[in-house]
Design a protein around this ligand. Structure first.
Ligand code: NAD
Length: 479
């Protein structure tokens, strides 16, 4: 078991109070690490450090910022296994997910480096004797608050682009996965980031979050997590007239139309619903299938689910690792039992041992069931039968959420109809809802969030847009 320190102003420090909290391995409940439990004084130190480092980093040449991001990317690849072990040990990632996440983040850091020089303003036609232009300036300090499910990726989505845009950062990782947040600090320290530009504090979200949002030394709150938490953060940021972006929960639909290749649809649905035990905001949480193929599809998906190895996440052959905690096990099981009580058939799974929930396929799911409405965040594939694409659309949009969607059809007209009318921030044709790219605009509508992350959209969200004019000669004033 390792004891860790936090990273404030370029130094590794304990919390002012000396208090710590325990970070447990979700697979077996053993102690993974002990980390500092930051309080308001620690948050204040991080805010001060980030505030004082602003001008240094804002005035650092974009090429130099890019070099730091490229270096961090290269170092992550060198240390990939070490980072993957943390994702497995504290996050319950199976080996394949941990290797994917670390590799993706190396690409993300590199992409953010490329974007350092690509934040382009506009010029406007001369009007009333002026030349007009826009430039992007760093906002100041970005507060990044991230969840436990893809903790390296979702923290680095924020940290990388905040740094690329010339901001200083305070990262508050989730209390289930604090060590990976501290590892990000190690990476940037080794990459040569100046002291105070990135600070990482670990501790209770509510207490630290309130302070970081209310304090005048922070400028943008970039949050990924549950919708309920996002509402609180949005309200508090609004009260303080502070910019914020929210990446929240989902109940993502995957629509499979009658012409689909059923075997392909089964593979896409299994990946979308079961990857990382379904604990992804863009996991497939409702599979909406044309009634002419639903029986064949459900049977094949259940057969595939039964072949997926459940167990020790360190083993490369494991597909289904542990859920993050006992509360998640309770929620997932309650959703499955509620569906069964209301008439759904359990075609596979429906049982658990410890934190390991079997990949579960439910058919005959209807809209009155909890599993239709509430985010499950577990390895469950609920199947709903529909007549055609019009009914599929109506069922898919019957949710408060609107993050991502998948559509499987070879009918171009129907694919375009669905892509245009699905109420979600992202639609993937010929795939499930589970897909991301570092340079594409990621984000949702309805209760799934406000704002977009990725590439140019992150650079814009994390910058201040400024309009500048230059008057040619003297302006003529009316009095
Ligand atoms: P969570 O909301 O419980 O916690 C997220 C972070 O917020 C943690 O760091 C936590 O400490 C902090 N926090 C908690 N209360 C806070 C408060 N009052 N003020 C400020 N910070 C606070 O979410 P989670 O359980 O860690 O993550 C799972 C959720 O995240 C799911 O709902 C999932 O759909 C969502 N998620 C969304 C996306 C996306 O991009 N849309 C990606 C991944 C996860």
């Amino acid at each position: 078991m390792a004891k860790h320190s936090m990273f404030i102003n370029g130094e590794w420090v304990d919390s002012v109070s000396g208090e710590t909290f325990q970070d447990k391995n979700p697979a077996d409940g053993t102690l993974f690490a002990e980390v500092p439990k930051a309080n308001l004084e620690d948050a204040d130190r991080a805010l001060e450090a980030a505030f004082n480092a602003r001008s240094v980093w804002a005035n650092t040449d974009p090429g130099e910022r890019a070099r730091v991001l490229y270096k961090a990317s290269a170092l992550l690849l060198e240390r990939q296994k070490e980072f993957a072990d943390v994702l497995i040990g504290e996050g319950g990632a199976m080996f394949g997910k941990a290797m994917f996440e670390t590799g993706y983040v190396a690409d993300l850091l590199h992409t953010a480096g490329e974007d350092c020089r690509r934040i382009l303003g506009e010029t406007f036609p001369s009007s009333h004797g002026k030349i007009g232009m826009t430039i992007y300036r760093p906002l100041g300090t970005v507060v990044a608050i991230s969840p436990w499910n893809f903790p390296l990726l979702l923290s680095c989505n924020k940290v990388s682009y905040a740094l690329a845009a010339g901001n200083t950062v305070i990262l508050k990782p989730a209390s289930e996965t604090p060590v990976i947040g501290l590892k990000i600090a190690e990476l940037f320290e080794a990459a040569g980031l100046p002291a105070g530009v990135l600070n990482v504090i670990t501790g209770p979200g509510g207490l630290l979050g309130d302070k970081l949002i209310e304090d005048p030394r922070s400028d943008l709150i970039s949050f990924t997590g549950e919708t309920l938490t996002g509402r609180k953060i949005g309200a508090k940021a609004g009260e303080n007239l502070k910019k914020f972006t929210l990446e929240l929960g989902g109940k993502d639909p995957m629509i499979i139309l009658a012409d689909a290749d059923v075997d392909y649809a089964v593979n896409a649905a299994a990946f979308g619903a079961f990857m990382h035990q379904g604990q992804i905001c863009m996991s497939v949480e409702r599979i909406i299938v044309a009634e002419s193929i639903v029986e064949e599809f459900a049977g094949k998906l259940a057969a595939k689910a039964k072949t997926l190895t459940v167990g020790d996440p360190t083993q490369p052959t494991t597909i289904i690792g542990p859920l993050i905690n006992d509360d998640q096990i309770e929620t997932v099981h309650a959703h499955v039992q509620d569906a069964a009580a209301k008439g759904a058939a359990i075609l596979s799974g429906g049982k658990y041992e410890g934190r390991f929930y079997e990949p579960t396929v439910l058919s005959g799911v209807t809209r009155d069931m909890r599993i239709f409405k509430e985010e499950t965040f577990g390895p469950v594939a609920p199947i709903i039968a529909v007549k055609d694409e019009k009914e599929a659309l109506e069922v898919a949009n019957d949710t408060e959420y609107g993050l991502s969607s998948g559509v499987i059809t070879n009918d171009l007209q129907k694919a375009v109809f669905l892509a245009e009318n699905l109420e979600s921030g992202m639609v993937h044709i010929n795939d499930s809802s589970l897909y991301d790219d570092p340079y594409c605009p990621f984000g949702g509508c309805k209760s799934s969030g406000i704002g977009r992350e990725g590439g140019r959209r992150s650079m814009e969200e994390m910058s201040e847009l400024k309009w500048i004019t230059i008057h040619k000669g003297d302006r003529q004033f009316p009095f």
